[in-house]
Design a protein around this ligand. Structure first.
Ligand code: ADP
Length: 492
């Protein structure tokens, strides 16, 4: 039980209550006793003086009148059997006493408390020596015995007789004390019970939270913790702890998911890279070896053919490594962009010019719609040129002869929108969400596969991402494809 928080809290409370109870009982007994003595002494304050005034012949000169003393003692015993009376001489020596012989253990009584009592300067209770017990002091009443105004001694009345001396004795003899003790024990037991219940109630949410944490850990931190809805409404520390843990677990689960995904895509990427590098390299190697081995037996045409194929594969390899290198640079945590204002219209004209020959060779038409007054845009001109290159290169690749390419710039709302459209084979709807993924290539049934690495669009998208612009595509198979992106007009 001490292993749970509520158990520990309850044990701490038990110890606290016991300590407080012991202190409280001790203090109560002490105060009760003092109060009892004070009341006793106040009630018996005039007792000795009354005896002296009622029995003036207690002393005969310097001697004790034993008969009168016995008479006075008998009378007092009738009124209160628990008192003891003593006759003291002016120095405090006991001259006569009422107790049975042998019970009196002292020969004299200290006079200081007696004088204090008579002066009335000290508050009650004033305790004086108990003649029956040298170790003990008791409350008393005292009166001087005067004869012709000369002090003959004192009448010393010990009040309360056999007073309760120990706690055990007090409990044994007092019903009220026993009742009080019983009630106190019942109150402690009740408080403990209430304490246990309230601690277990207060720590219930902590137990729930621990359970949720265990579940989260058991799920290998994949399933975010879900607390009950009402937890969010409260505002105490446990609620906040729960909410914070919930957010934290969501974050951890999401990050772990991302890490797994990243790890998976990294593996996939590595597999793709090695596959895409291995294929052209193996072909290149094969053609070169053929050229080397069959050098004498090859006709000039065959040799040219093998050399052409080798060159094609080496171009492909060089393009692939170039694109991989480009992607790796763009994937750095903080890729350096050389952002500056530039004329996107001029850039678009240059790119169109660059591709014009290839467009013509493929039997395609190219339309441009580039306003002369298009505003400057802000960005890395080298990288944006790469975006245009990749998109126009694709448009050329995937459009059959006779088709049309369109390159347009449209200024709108502080941005310049660039559109690269073609009337080519288009992209099937199911493939459209994936074409920007690395190494993703649409599998086409008809015609020979167009040359490519599957990295062109991924690079274009990453570049535009770094410029804060999305790259969107609209396409219908057989109709064509239109790629659009926007660049912010430069303030300069
Ligand atoms: P690739 O080097 O294969 O062209 P990309 O990343 O540039 O790689 O393009 C990915 C895929 O998207 C291509 O395999 C192609 O099928 C498709 N695609 C890209 N642009 C066009 C386009 N203009 N028309 C039709 N399909 C396109």
């Amino acid at each position: 039980m001490l292993r749970t928080l509520s158990g520990r809290l309850a044990a701490a409370m038990l110890v606290l209550i016991l300590v407080i109870s012991v202190i409280f009982v001790g203090l109560s007994l002490f105060v009760t006793r003092l109060h009892f003595q004070e009341v006793n002494q106040s009630l018996g304050r005039t007792l000795a003086a009354d005896v002296v005034s009622g029995t003036p012949w207690l002393m005969r000169g310097h001697d004790v009148n034993q008969d009168a003393f016995k008479d006075a003692f008998d009378r007092l015993m009738e009124i209160n059997p628990s008192i003891e009376i003593y006759l003291l001489d002016p120095e405090g020596h006991i001259m006569a006493f009422s107790a049975p012989p042998g019970r009196v253990k002292r020969e004299s009584v200290g006079l200081e408390p007696v004088e204090d009592f008579l002066s009335g300067d000290r508050p009650f209770p004033i305790r004086g020596d108990d003649p029956r017990d040298p170790e003990r002091a008791k409350v008393f009443s005292a009166a001087p015995l005067l004869s012709n105004n000369e002090l003959q001694g004192y009448l010393y009345v010990v009040l309360g007789g056999e007073e309760h001396d120990s706690v055990v004795e007090l409990f044994q003899t007092s019903f009220v004390m026993r009742l009080g003790a019983g009630l106190a024990i019942a109150a402690v037991a009740f408080s403990l019970l209430v304490g246990f219940l309230s601690f277990s109630l207060l720590t219930r949410r902590l137990r729930d939270l621990t359970r949720v944490m265990d579940t989260f850990r058991a799920s290998d931190m994949r399933e975010p913790a879900a607390l009950r809805p009402w937890r969010h409404q409260g505002g105490d520390e446990i609620d906040r702890l729960g909410e914070t843990f919930e957010h934290m677990s969501e974050r951890i689960a999401a990050q772990i998911g991302q890490l797994r995904e990243a790890d998976e895509s990294r593996r996939e990427l590595m597999a793709n890279i090695s596959h895409d590098l291995r294929t052209p390299m193996a072909s290149l190697q094969g053609y070169l070896e053929t050229l080397q081995i069959k050098d004498d037996s090859l006709s000039p045409e065959e040799r040219r053919h093998y050399l052409e194929l080798s060159t094609k594969h080496s171009h492909h390899l060089s393009r692939l490594t170039d694109e991989l290198f480009q992607l790796a640079r763009l994937d750095q945590p903080n890729p350096s962009l050389e952002s500056e204002p530039f004329s996107v219209a001029e850039l678009a004209h240059d790119v169109a010019q660059k591709f014009r020959l290839e467009v013509e060779q493929r039997g395609l038409n190219m339309e441009t719609e580039i306003p002369v007054d298009a505003p400057f845009v802000s960005g890395d001109i080298g990288l944006i040129e790469r975006v245009f290159d990749n998109l126009i290169d694709n448009a050329i690749k995937y459009t059959a002869p006779g088709g049309t390419l369109r390159l347009a710039l449209t200024p709108k709302d502080g941005m310049v929108e660039a559109t690269i459209a073609d009337t080519g084979c288009g992209i099937p709807e199911a493939d459209q969400p994936h074409i920007f993924e690395r190494f993703y290539r649409v599998k086409r049934r008809a015609g020979p596969p167009a040359e490519g690495t599957g990295l062109g669009l991924a690079i274009a998208k990453r570049i535009l991402e770094l410029h804060g612009s999305p790259l969107s595509v609209k396409s219908a198979p057989g109709v064509g494809a239109t790629f659009t992106f926007q660049l912010p007009a430069s303030a300069a």
